[in-house]
Ligand binder design. Structure first.
Ligand code: SAM
Length: 233
């Protein structure tokens, strides 16, 4: 192992990610976990909550278990582009006895950083790494193509700006769309499509973290977005 690889392995971000994996927690801050829980609990019990997640992981199982524990009837569709994570979460779903409520989807394609010509140091030409492949388009538009209306759509993986645009066509008027890592400016133009739109500081992912993380909460017509944001200011 090179020194650079060792340094990356021991970076607090990576160590925190490992600790969360050990605890079977999502790859997010504790505050973000509380915000998502509050959004889920804002739905009255007795009526099924339809959830869609772009980017599966420990979040899929963690929030499904949370909803079960809190007596909420729900159905969750979760999507990934990466076979390893799809298979890992498939096993976790079966082990947790969640196969009747959690439905996993795979649209396989390589992430942008594995595409020819990608370079972390250079700003890419607009559209150069956009979604051109069939699987990439199917990934973005899956919520509409499943012909359901969703109460919550969580955007936490590839093509977030495009997913936010697509989510508007599949979320119910009173539903919520949530985007993780919303501090990144190139995701933000799509948030303007939503009548209610709030950026919330996520708190620290690990002690002494310098980067500011934000969660974005939006809805076509639900003013509760403003109330939740004020509560977590
Ligand atoms: C930020 S992760 C999404 C994580 C998931 N929503 C969660 O909070 O647990 C984005 C992508 O990385 C992969 N992934 C999922 N969980 C991961 C983890 N704990 N560590 C590294 N990569 C992960 C999946 O392919 C996923 O689409």
């Amino acid at each position: 192992m090179t020194l650079a690889q060792l340094k990356q392995k021991l970076h607090p971000f990576e160590l925190t990610l490992k600790a969360h994996a050990f605890l079977e927690w999502p790859a997010m801050t504790r505050k973000e976990m509380r915000i998502l829980k509050e959004v889920f609990l804002s739905f009255p019990s007795g009526k099924p909550i339809n959830i869609f997640e772009y980017g599966m992981g420990f979040s899929t199982i963690y929030f499904a278990k949370f909803l079960h524990k809190n007596g909420r009837d729900f159905q969750m569709d979760s999507l990934d582009n990466n076979r390893f994570w799809y298979e890992k979460v498939t096993t976790m779903t079966r082990t947790a006895g969640l196969s009747k409520t959690v439905h996993l989807h795979l649209r396989e394609f390589v992430p942008f950083w594995e595409k020819n010509g990608w370079d972390w140091k250079t700003e890419p030409r607009a559209g150069a790494f956009g979604p051109n492949e069939k699987a990439e388009q199917e990934y973005i538009h899956l919520p509409q193509n499943l012909n359901k209306t969703y109460d919550v759509i969580f955007v936490d993986a590839r093509f977030r700006r495009r997913c936010l645009e697509a989510a508007l066509k599949a979320v119910s008027p009173q539903g919520f769309v949530i985007m993780h890592d919303a501090q990144k400016p190139h995701y933000q133009s799509a948030t303007k499509l939503y009548r209610y739109s709030q950026f919330i500081d996520s708190g620290k992912y690990f002690p002494f973290a310098r980067r500011k993380y934000q969660l974005w909460l939006g809805s076509p017509a639900n003013p509760l977005v403003d109330k939740v944001a004020a509560e977590f200011k």
